[in-house]
Write a protein of this length. Structure first.
Length: 493
């Protein structure tokens, strides 16, 4: 099925427009081809959805609401049509996923694909009539302060670029629902993205494994177990209070009893439990000072038959990996940072592998720039949409808009403000590319049809009451346990 979709998708692209020409001509042909494929991904209200995307890209200010997009010259429909397209329109998400996966990926020296996975929240604290909201973790002002605010959490996967840049290429977005297991949903999302990259020809047999970087809060061990059949390397950050274990010692001949499954404990917070590292390295960086690295191989987590492993058949697996301790001299805004603990599912302790791992983790923070641009400039979380399906539809439109900026960065001119420094060629930020996208759009074909003349409906008569009030929905998880939770001795009291 995946191969058939990939073949059909490759046939939909005009190959001569993508491959012919050099530099700007090739970038222009690729952008035009992607816009044509994006228009084919729209179903109902496709003309309005296409014009909404152009209005988001060509607006010279930040997007504050969906209604104001109808004031842009690129959107020839009214604000009522904009909301109708978001609430009732159709976006073929599967086809759009393949379109994003077929785009040129950032090139790394070693040819390895690097992906970053993280969750960003669309906060809706006052939307009592919006279903499927969860309590989203959000940092408040001040160190160590956090809040739990109702909203829609979205898991995004993006391809990372080498060097100091604020660009990433978002490939997929999935909203986490109240009944979802976050680890299983993330594993299924990563599996789908890897299948798309393989079907698009970005990865072949014999290529290096795809490196997927996670931040703290993910169950790295379980993700490595669920994705063990894929050519991926799971890597992420661990909390500083975790305890890892070395392999079990060899069983002595004639010993009785059950074999030991875990060796000596490695407590991240207790330096006395650390043996001599297998690899140590010191690297001089321009932004963080001296970076010191120590790595230990074949360390695993001790699993328990609860949470995600509650229904596992047989003995719990032992999933080994490489533990890395990274310490830098300083960070932006922090002169004495705490060390970072990283874990990789590939048990390799060579100096080159360890250096590649921690440097790839630092590139993960580029996705934070993408989140900020999507929210503050493109207005991803600005519309007050009630239906979560409409929120998903708007999310994919925003990802499609960002992909067009990604393709147009070699076509845009540096339209800088008087107080801004000029950018060298190829180093334009997403905001500067968006500033010149209106000039780029004039050279692209307009796919949307002209609007039909009409007039607004009568609406509800003035003074009448709403006889169909919206349903109020609770916030939080809806999964119920099959068996009641056991009471502790203190609760029995």
């Amino acid at each position: 099925m995946a191969e058939a979709v990939a073949v059909a998708f490759s046939m939909a692209w005009p190959r001569e427009a993508v491959q012919d020409g050099q530099g700007g001509e090739r970038a222009g042909g690729l952008l035009a081809a992607f816009r044509g494929e994006l228009f084919g991904c729209f179903g109902r209200y496709r003309d309005t959805l296409a014009e909404v995307c152009d209005a988001v890209l060509c607006k010279q200010d930040r997007v504050h609401m969906a209604a104001e997009l109808s004031l842009e010259p690129e959107c020839r429909r009214g604000h009522g049509a904009v909301y109708k397209a978001l609430n009732r329109g159709q976006v073929q998400v599967g086809r759009l996923r393949w379109a994003l996966a077929a785009l040129p990926l950032p090139a790394w020296d070693e040819g390895r694909i690097r992906l970053a996975v993280d969750v960003s929240n669309w906060l809706r604290p006052d939307a009592a009539t919006s279903p499927e909201r969860l309590f989203c973790h959000r940092y408040a002002r001040g160190r160590g302060n956090a809040q739990m605010i109702p909203g829609w959490p979205y898991s995004l996967v993006a391809a990372l670029e080498p060097g100091r840049t604020s660009w990433t290429l978002p490939l997929d977005a999935v909203r986490l629902g109240p009944a979802d297991d976050a680890t299983e949903v993330t594993a299924a999302q990563v599996r789908q993205v890897v299948a798309g990259l393989t079907g698009a020809g970005h990865w072949h047999d014999g290529d290096p494994d795809i490196l997927i970087v996670f931040d703290s809060g993910y169950d790295l061990t379980r993700l490595a177990w669920l994705l063990k059949d894929l050519p991926v390397e799971i890597m992420g950050r661990l909390r500083s209070d975790r305890v890892m274990y070395f392999p079990a010692p060899a069983r002595q001949p004639g010993a009785n009893g059950r074999p030991v499954r875990h060796g000596a404990a490695f407590k991240l917070a207790d330096e006395r439990s650390w043996p001599a590292p297998a690899v140590t390295a010191v690297t001089a960086t321009t932004r963080y000072g001296t970076a010191g690295v120590a790595a230990w191989g074949r360390l695993h987590q001790r699993l328990a038959s609860r949470a995600g492993w509650e229904h596992h058949d047989g003995d719990l697996p032992v999933i080994e990996g490489t533990l890395i301790r990274l310490h830098v001299d300083h960070l932006p805004g922090n002169r004495s940072p705490e060390p970072l603990w990283l874990w990789s599912s590939r048990a390799g302790t060579s100096a080159a592998e360890v250096t590649r791992t921690w440097q790839a983790f630092l590139r993960r923070f580029d996705i934070e720039h993408t989140f900020r641009f999507l929210k503050q400039v493109l207005g991803w979380t600005r519309p007050k949409l009630r239906d979560p399906a409409a929120a998903d539809r708007w999310t994919w439109l925003i990802l499609a808009c960002y992909a067009q900026l990604y393709l147009a960065r070699h076509l845009a001119a540096d339209l800088r403000l008087p107080w801004q420094r000029p950018c060298p060629p190829g180093r334009l930020t997403p905001a500067r590319v968006r500033r010149g996208f209106r000039n780029i759009r004039q050279a692209l074909p307009c796919l949307a049809g002209a609007p039909k003349p009409g007039k607004p409906g009568p609406g509800r008569p003035p003074g009448s009451k709403n006889r169909h009030p919206a349903i109020r929905h609770d916030v939080g998880k809806t999964v119920k346990r099959d068996e009641p939770k056991k009471e502790t001795p203190r609760q029995k009291g």
